[in-house]
Design a protein around this ligand. Structure first.
Ligand SMILES: CC(=O)SCCNC(=O)CCNC(=O)[C@H](O)C(C)(C)COP(=O)(O)OP(=O)(O)OC[C@H]1O[C@@H](n2cnc3c(N)ncnc32)[C@H](O)[C@@H]1OP(=O)(O)O
Length: 404
């Protein structure tokens, strides 16, 4: 098997392979969009002779991490021909992605997994989680906080990247785990006229509050199924707000749209204020909790020194990394709000952990202590996990709804 870059001339073959393994046959417009996406990506292929039997595209993302931003390839469209499965093709594609990451100074990689079982073995850990939330909107939304009463306005989707794009960009400083979006990503992924998964949904609507902008929601609606007057659906794709009053105004608006009876939001942050200020948790229900972004620390030293730290910490980590030996061994992490260092040491370890578990904790969404209690991290020095947790902590939990 030959692992090499996939030239533009092979992109249609790569898409055919992707559609084959995902049992998909998108219409021409969607295929064109995928083609554009893949052309903008780094592309790695596995060739058996001249036949492309494995493919991986990686978005050239920049990911928000606590206190900063790091380059972070986002693997997607990962496909191995059914004739060549379980022979190490994906492993070889991943190895090449990691090699390039180390060589080109990109300390992270991050993806959304089609199946949870696949990526842990490659050192990815679930670093953000999302909630499914459903509101019974057949009655007014009961709130414990007064909503911001400034007027709401609808924004033309064509103008949305310019109007709400900068606002979303600012949220990345507060929430780790979000990658920067350009206008193309807004248009192709968030504001596409038709929803990729559900033809019956309306085009995207964008509602905004405040001038300058204090919050917005992107949503789509669907008419009710059983005859005239049957309550339809409001599907919320994104909602960001300066504070609880603005968020309350946006949720109240979404729950009061005529001819609808359910508001459904997917991938909300675990610390969404809605779940606190909703007066009736029978009306606002969490319907599920899911891993979101899986993060890989490709270069652990660069990743750890590339993020900010909430409190001083001095610990020796014994890290296992079965794929990237440079990450394996004992390292002293000395970090604090002003600076950080990470280098090899012969000192006894305070904590022993796998690189995938370090990745799960990296953005501040998983507590090291919880992994000690789960038997995944070994604490040799009592209190070491708590000290590391204090340093990893972020004010807001990491979160992204940007599935790719
Ligand atoms: C980021 C994304 O794009 S996610 C989308 C991933 N793609 C898909 O789900 C499309 C359909 N599936 C496929 O194309 C392929 O089966 C892939 C890409 C999932 C796996 O490719 P393969 O070349 O078969 O994987 P490879 O042989 O390198 O497997 C490496 C290891 O992962 C394991 N593995 C691979 N796929 C899976 C899976 N779906 N579930 C559980 N384990 C898996 C293998 O058993 C193997 O384990 P081992 O090291 O203990 O022997």
């Amino acid at each position: 098997m030959d692992i090499r870059g996939v030239p533009e001339a092979h992109v249609d073959r790569a898409l055919d392979l992707v559609y084959l393994v995902f049992h998909d046959a998108p219409e021409e417009e969607r295929r064109k969009h995928h083609r554009e996406l893949v052309l903008g990506c780094e592309r790695i292929g596995a060739y058996d002779g001249d036949t492309l039997v494995g493919f991986l595209a990686a978005h050239r993302f920049t990911l928000s991490v606590p206190g900063g931003d790091l380059p972070c390839p986002g693997p997607t469209f990962v496909a191995v021909a059914p004739t060549h499965r379980r022979r190490g093709v994906l492993s070889a594609l991943m190895a090449e992605l990691f090699r390039r990451g180390v060589r080109q100074g990109r300390p992270l990689a991050a993806l959304w997994a089609s199946q949870d079982a696949i990526y842990g073995r490659f050192g990815f850990g679930p670093a953000t989680e999302g909630l499914g939330v459903e509101i019974d909107s057949r009655r007014p939304l009961a709130l414990r906080v007064p909503p911001d009463e400034r007027p709401l306005r609808l924004i033309d989707p064509a103008d949305a990247p310019a109007v709400v794009g900068p606002y979303f960009e600012a949220t990345r400083a507060a929430r780790a785990g979000r990658h920067a979006r350009d206008a193309e990503r807004w248009r192709g992924e968030w504001l596409a006229e038709r929803d990729e998964d559900d033809d019956e949904l309306s085009p995207p609507r964008i509602v905004a509050l405040g001038e300058p902008l204090a919050g917005y929601a992107v949503y789509r609606t669907k008419a009710g199924g059983d005859g005239p007057g049957a309550p339809g659906l409001v599907r919320v794709d994104e909602l960001e707000a300066d504070d609880a009053a603005v968020a309350a105004a946006l949720w109240r608006y979404l729950a009061a749209i005529d001819l609808t009876g359910t508001v459904r939001a997917w991938g909300r942050p675990l610390d969404d204020p809605l779940l606190r200020f909703a007066a009736d948790r029978d009306q606002v229900r969490v319907t599920g909790q899911y891993p979101g972004l899986w993060v890989r620390l490709v270069d652990v030293a660069a990743a750890l020194t590339g993020r900010g730290w909430a409190a001083p910490v001095d610990v020796v980590l014994e890290v296992r990394d079965d794929h990237l030996p440079a990450n394996s061994g004992r390292f002293r992490l000395t970090a604090g709000p002003r600076s950080s260092a990470y280098g090899p040491t012969d000192d006894a370890p305070d904590l022993t952990l796998d690189v995938r578990d370090l990745a799960a904790c990296y953005l501040g969404g998983t507590r090291v202590g919880s992994l000690v209690r789960a038997g995944l991290v070994t604490e040799h020095t009592p209190g070491a996990a708590a000290r590391l947790d204090d340093a990893l902590r972020t004010e807001l939990l990491p979160h992204t709804g940007d599935e790719f």
